[in-house]
Design a protein around this ligand. Structure first.
Ligand code: IVH
Length: 874
């Protein structure tokens, strides 16, 4: 005799089965069951979890889209620094690299792990006890953004690690990518609905992962390829000893990894399919690189090169890293893609500093996967050197993310003797005179040139500056165009009323063909909707999905319908009294009968009595239609309140039943929507952000001002040296030149900036509007130059806090122990790193020692001497 499993038993079965099929489908690309069977399992699990909410765990497959819409992303410090790779481009550079490896490792013909270089977004994934805990973007390599909720929606990311041997703590690095075909489909959809498209799959992947609404991220078919282990902490399980072992281990833990190369292996000519493999010596690396270029179109995702890594981890650790790159790996980039096309015109763009840049307007052409319609020509000299002009046929090239360039003119249109192209004498944006300065030309309009004004404001509020996140480039331009903002100080004079009065802007058509087809399909499917969903769709007071489920178990539709008609008669037994009363209202009765007529509710349409004359008020009808669209009701994509109102106001939907008769043509014909750029909420957000930015950190403010040659780093140096705007403003050129890292260019730019009347007025204006940058001197450089490894769990400090402490005092957190490590800070359950440090004689301390070193109570030398003196006790 078999007994039905308990709910928790069945739950476990379903979760295991779905996880298994997710892995087959999303990671191995080899499903075992048809989609509808999978859907049935999934629905069963959803139902079970609805009935038994106590069974839901955060790593249930139903919880991939669980996170709420975020306000922004909190920052997180990485478990270990996320390094980037030095690029090489040709055989000579490769041989230089392999020679150096052989020299430094002291062996010949080393093994290299050769991998495709995915062109996506690098992410860190942290697992504890086998469960996915957190995921973050690379950020600056030390601190990234917490995008856990969005990463959970990526189906090839395991929420729970597979296999028996899972380490206690694991941090993995991988690349989130959008397959090219999905990218193209997504862009077509965006284009058809009049929205901005993404330039390439990488931007699209990044845009999707940085969506504040995880549901949007979930709808984008992102994939994740894992390629590195950043942290492997486990008392018992040893970490892999080679990079090829890392890839196999990651695959065994359930990650998607590029498959291993197939074919005769290693050979120069044989028919091989290359993905990743181990190659020995430079010749095999070169052969791999060549084949990867030949076969790059076979990959579903964009690649931009090969990655060459020393295979043995011990060798990697010995070599360590240099600034932000490991010394044991390089990115061997693909040669840039080229194409020929027509040069339609040469436009002149005006930048933030007033610099005029000639830009080639091109007949759009595909270059290694990206449509290019513009290419930079840098300056007049470059146009002259190419001797390019409108009507020419040109060859363009695009390498990685750099702006496409014109390489040469293939066929010239200009007639013999005609004048070559030259810069206009007046700015194309403000008509003020153009001045030549060296090889470049500048508009003399300054703040009065609209192009410069927009660009300066965009920079002012942008990343690294005031960081007003609600103000994207387009909104800044709009505020300038409305005349609300002419200078940075104007931002601080914005009011709610002003923002709400910014006129509505075109927001694209509500449906593209795919969206329209999908909605029509769902409207058809609504005819079989379960009763609980119909109850939610009716919008009865207090009836959400859970209540509706309970009611659906108690009543049937016939009873509800009869009751709605004869409310004085016998009430169906049950507790939903208030909800039932509502059913007797004329609106709900009309709604119910309409749904019967549309076939959503089964039953014979009644001859209409009172309802016949029921007149739907447009707003009541629109609200009812929008309610149908709810996820827990009939789940109709894109039928927002606005669209519902459009459907009603355009006469396409005069009563609820009409909705179910809509055709794709009806939907495609809906007019373009217009949206107010600022609504109550976004206006409030902007004002709050501006308010908070009044006490911006001094270095960010200096960067925001856009002083020539003052980038983020120089701004920090200046802030640290001068501590206030006043002191910086009165510093002399000589004084500035005394500052370490400040050269003549910066000294001239800074003194120039502070002696310009217009700039001083602007600064005064900002101060009058309450902008008062602050600077708190950071810790002393007690750890300056030290390379510190953190391992194990510290007692009080989190890893983030320990990392911050180290950096604030001038030290650097490094990931692996080598003879060049200054100190290992070991906590509870420290594993192999601790052993290695002892083996190499690297000083080891705990949290307390770290604090004392940072506080300057003890120097590293004193500490190391004391440590060797007391011997080995932990
Ligand atoms: S290894 C220390 N392997 O390329 C190891 N990177 O700068 C550093 N990338 O930001 C990375 N595919 O996002 C590695 N198979 C691969 C990769 C890869 C793509 C990206 C990564 C990194 C950039 C190189």
């Amino acid at each position: 005799m078999t007994t039905a499993p308990s709910p928790s038993g069945r739950h476990r079965e379903l979760v295991d089965a779905i996880r298994h099929h997710d892995y087959r489908y999303y990671v191995l690309d080899a499903p075992e069951i048809p989609d509808h069977e999978y859907d049935a399992l999934f629905r069963e699990l959803e139902g079970l979890e609805r009935d038994h909410p106590e069974l839901v765990t955060p790593d249930s497959p139903t919880r991939r889209v669980g996170g709420a819409v975020a306000e922004g992303f909190p920052e997180v410090r990485h478990e270990a620094p996320m390094l980037s790779l030095q690029s090489i481009h040709d055989e000579a550079e490769l041989r230089e690299f392999t020679d150096r490896m052989e020299r430094e490792v002291g062996r010949e013909d080393l093994d290299y792990c050769l991998e495709p270089k995915f062109d996506g977004l690098s992410v860190e994934l942290v697992y504890e006890q086998g469960r996915f805990r957190r995921g973050a973007t690379r950020g600056n390599g030390t601190v990234g953004e917490d995008i856990t909720a969005n990463l959970r929606t990526v189906r090839s990311l395991p929420l729970r690690l597979a296999g028996d041997g899972t380490p206690a703590r694991l941090a993995v690095r991988g690349e989130a990518v959008l397959p090219v075909a999905d990218f193209e489909r997504m862009n077509d959809g965006l284009a058809q609905s009049g929205k901005d498209t993404f330039k390439n799959p990488r931007n699209a992947a990044a845009g999707s992962l940085r969506q504040l609404d995880p549901a949007v991220a979930a709808a984008r078919p992102l994939a994740l390829y894992a390629y590195d282990i950043l942290v492997w902490d486990d008392g018992a399980l040893p970490a892999p000893e080679t990079q090829s072992g890392v890839l196999r281990t990651l695959a065994g833990l359930g990650f998607r990894v590029a498959p291993e190369s197939r074919g005769d292996g290693g050979g120069e000519t044989g028919r091989r399919s290359v993905w990743w493999e181990v190659g020995r010596g430079p010749d095999q690396v070169l052969a791999y690189h060549r084949l990867l270029i030949e076969q790059r179109d076979r990959f579903a995702v964009e690649l931009d090169g090969a990655v060459v890594k020393l295979d043995r981890i011990a060798d990697q650790e010995e070599l360590g890293e240099r600034s932000r790159n490991p010394r044991w790996a390089v990115a061997f980039k693909f040669p840039p893609g080229q194409a020929e096309t027509a040069l339609l015109a040469i436009d002149v763009q005006v930048g933030r500093t007033g610099k005029l840049t000639p830009v080639a307007r091109l007949d759009p052409v595909l270059v290694s996967g990206v449509t290019v319609s513009r290419a930079t020509l840098h300056n007049e000299g470059m146009v002259r050197a190419l001797d390019a002009g409108p009507g020419d046929r040109v060859r363009i090239q695009r390498a990685g993310d750099v702006i496409p360039q014109v390489v040469e003119v293939v066929a010239r249109a200009r007639e013999e003797g005609a004048a070559p192209w030259s810069m206009p004498p007046a700015c194309p944006e403000c008509d003020r005179p153009v001045q030549a300065e060296g090889a470049n030309h500048f508009c003399s309009g300054g703040w009065s040139c609209p192009a410069q004004r927009k660009a300066r404001l965009v920079h002012f509020v942008g990343k690294g500056g005031m960081e007003i996140e609600t103000l994207g480039d387009e909104l800044v331009e709009l505020l300038v165009e409305c005349g609300f903002v002419r200078s940075p100080a104007d931002l601080y004079r914005l009011t709610r009323e002003k923002l709400l009065s910014v006129p509505p802007q075109p927001a694209g058509r509500p449906f593209d063909p795919a969206g329209a087809a999908e909605l029509v399909r769902r409207l058809g499917a609504a005819r079989n909707a379960p009763l609980a969903r119909v109850l939610v769709a009716l919008g009865l007071p207090g009836v959400g999905p859970t209540r509706a489920e309970a009611m659906a178990n108690e009543f049937d539709l016939a009873a509800l319908r009869t009751f709605s008609e004869r409310p004085d008669g016998e009430e169906p037994a049950g507790h939903a009294e208030e909800a039932l009363k509502a059913l007797a209202s004329p609106v709900k009765r009309a709604l119910l009968e309409d749904l019967v007529e549309a076939g959503v509710i089964e039953g014979a349409p009644r001859a209409r009595r009172g309802e016949e004359s029921f007149r739907w008020e447009p707003d009541v009808l629109a609200a009812a239609v929008a309610r149908f669209a709810d996820k827990n009701a009939l789940d109709l994509p894109r039928v927002s309140e606005g669209i519902a109102a459009d459907l009603v106001n355009s006469g396409r939907v005069a009563r609820p039943a009409d909705l179910f008769e809509l055709t794709e043509a009806d939907l495609l014909a809906l007019p373009e929507r217009r949206r107010r750029p600022f609504a109550e909420k976004s206006a409030a957000n902007l004002l709050r952000e501006l308010e908070e930015s009044r006490t911006v950190r001094l270095d960010r403010f200096l960067f925001a001002l856009g002083i020539p040659h003052v980038g983020q780093h120089v701004a920090r140096v200046l802030a640290a040296r001068y501590g206030s705007l006043e002191r910086l403003g009165s510093a002399s050129r000589e004084d500035l030149l005394e500052v370490h890292e400040i050269g003549e260019q910066v000294a001239d730019a800074v003194t120039g900036f502070f002696s310009d009347e217009a700039n001083l007025r602007e600064l005064q204006d900002l101060a009058d509007s309450g902008v008062a940058p602050v600077w708190e001197a950071t810790g002393e450089s007690t750890l300056s130059g030290l390379r510190i490894v953190l391992t194990g769990t510290l007692a009080e400090l989190t890893r983030e806090e320990a990392g911050e402490l180290i950096e604030r005092h001038g030290g650097r957190v490094v990931s692996s122990v080598s003879s060049r490590t200054s100190l290992v800070v070991a906590g509870d359950k420290a594993g192999s790193k601790l052993e290695k440090a002892r083996g190499l004689g690297v000083p080891v301390g705990g949290e307390e020692e770290l604090r004392r070193l940072a506080a300057g109570d003890v120097t590293l030398e004193e500490f190391a001497a004391a440590e060797t003196g007391t011997g080995d006790e932990t």
